[in-house]
Design a protein around this ligand. Sequence first.
Ligand SMILES: Cc1cc2nc3c(=O)[nH]c(=O)nc-3n(C[C@H](O)[C@H](O)[C@H](O)COP(=O)(O)OP(=O)(O)OC[C@H]3O[C@@H](n4cnc5c(N)ncnc54)[C@H](O)[C@@H]3O)c2cc1C
Length: 293
Amino acid sequence: VIPPSFDYIRCHTVDEALAALARHGGDAKILAGGHSLVPVLKMRLNDPAVLVDLGGVSELVGVEDRGAELYVGAMTTYQDAIASALVQAYCPVLAQAAETVGDPQVRHRGTIGGGLAHADPAGDLGAVAVALRCDMVIAGPAGERRVSADDFFVDYFETEVEEDELLVGLVVPKPQALAGAWYEKFNRAAHMWSIVGVCAAVERAEGRVVSARVALTNMASTPVRATATERALVGLDASNVSAATELADRGTNPTSDANAQADYRRHLARVLTHRAVVKAMQGPLESTAGEPW
Ligand SMILES: Cc1cc2nc3c(=O)[nH]c(=O)nc-3n(C[C@H](O)[C@H](O)[C@H](O)COP(=O)(O)OP(=O)(O)OC[C@H]3O[C@@H](n4cnc5c(N)ncnc54)[C@H](O)[C@@H]3O)c2cc1C
């Protein structure tokens, strides 16, 4: 329970953080809210020589309206996102999913960027980012690059962020007219990680699905899309989505562990997808593109 010793660098700008990463490379670890990294250090699952603390980098904090998109800084806490009027107006499902993360202490210290960069398959916001067609903004020695959430997650605890880079923000497209989204999570105790989670984002016209994105938490080593369900939903109305949502576990690869067997996770994926799709289709009908839901 005592972490190995390490040097500590507190940064105040992204450039300072990048310079520290350039100096220390693979020996350094970024410290954000510390709610995943500190337990990892205490369990001695990692032994970095240097921690590069982003806690003083104010340019990474906050939610901005950028026209057709929202920009969420990587050091924005879950709680800040939940309380953001912009998130509430344009992307309430992000707040809804963030509210399911851990307990109040975790939500006040843990960050959106830390959760995404940590890439735990049970982490809740990865599926939301995938379902909403978000992009991740990654800063490195050559400047910034944007990577779609579909491509960002590589494997268990592995993302596109290289050792000399950091995640600086999440770009969330504003919804189209008649779009709705919902996150459905199953866990055994209120503050726990998802055993399975589902984010459904559905666009409709005249009550029928025009397009759908359904992304699953903890059904593979990364957030994974239920593409068979997405295809089968097109053209349906809310009263007859069951046949489509029954396909939700196709192409997934859930594990069996102390929380659930793989078969049970498959069952949960189908049930939660049905609930999430039906809720997503109950989004407000009176809305025009780019206006708040
Ligand atoms: C009791 C408890 C319950 C929890 N329950 C949930 C839950 O229900 N759902 C859920 O999704 N999560 C849950 N979490 C995890 C929580 O969301 C973490 O805070 C989050 O995963 C990591 O965010 P952090 O800011 O604390 O990052 P840190 O712990 O500081 O960092 C995590 C990892 O990401 C890297 N990193 C951090 N920021 C960046 C960045 N900007 N660029 C590149 N790399 C970066 C770090 O180097 C480290 O490897 C729980 C945690 C605890 C302790």
